[in-house]
Design a binder for this molecule. Sequence first.
Ligand SMILES: Cc1cc2nc3c(=O)[nH]c(=O)nc-3n(C[C@H](O)[C@H](O)[C@H](O)COP(=O)(O)O)c2cc1C
Length: 235
Amino acid sequence: MSKYTIETQHTSVSNLERQDLLNAMMYRHACKKFDSTKIIGEDDWNAILDAARLAPTSLGFEPFKLLVIQNKEIREQMKPLGWRIQAGLEASHFVVILARRKQELEIDSDYITHIQNEVKELPEDVQNLYKDFYARFTTEDYKTFESERAAFDWASKQAYIVLANMLIMAAYEGIDSVPLEGFHQDNMTHLLGDELGLFDTKQFGIAVMAAFGYRGEEPRRPKTRRTMDEIVMVK
Ligand SMILES: Cc1cc2nc3c(=O)[nH]c(=O)nc-3n(C[C@H](O)[C@H](O)[C@H](O)COP(=O)(O)O)c2cc1C
């Protein structure tokens, strides 16, 4: 078994477990104030990272990377570049979810070759099938290669699934969180990538960020959502 193989346990999910998960989803809220003295334990944090790793991605390409910013000085430098991220930058853990750019998503790029050969260990004939399918997918079906932006946004969509998995796992553990888009994407990419050299901006851009920790106050407002009738159409 290679280091890329995940051993799955096929257990059934009982009603009790279902309610536990729903309770976690109701407990989760966009935390507006973190208690910066409370730090997430290692096991709890690792489970959140496991949830990220287990996220589904289109074609199984996993076009994301997690940049965890624990350095206080870097966090201070990030503060002026956002308008709704300041509370999150006080939290126990702060994650920048990076998405790969178009050059990384080309079928013969080093990255996709790595996924096909080492991670998935696909035989050559299957890889050739993928090639044809992927060419159609990127130019006709989903047009993900229509522009640099389309490719990056497609990778970012996968990053948001990663985000959702992390938020839900955190809530399941009683850990608070906030997803973060309240910042200037280009300026933040420039700071973290070009100035601080934390990632290569030719390969990656910032899809979204998130903070994890413990609430410093209870949610200010009760949770509101549209009714099921407004959300679901059955035909
Ligand atoms: C992708 C995304 C980006 C968000 N960006 C921010 C943000 O920058 N700052 C913030 O305080 N809340 C942010 N939120 C939180 C939303 O405002 C919040 O999830 C929404 O109002 C629903 O409230 P709830 O999460 O408490 O149920 C973001 C949520 C999502 C999903």
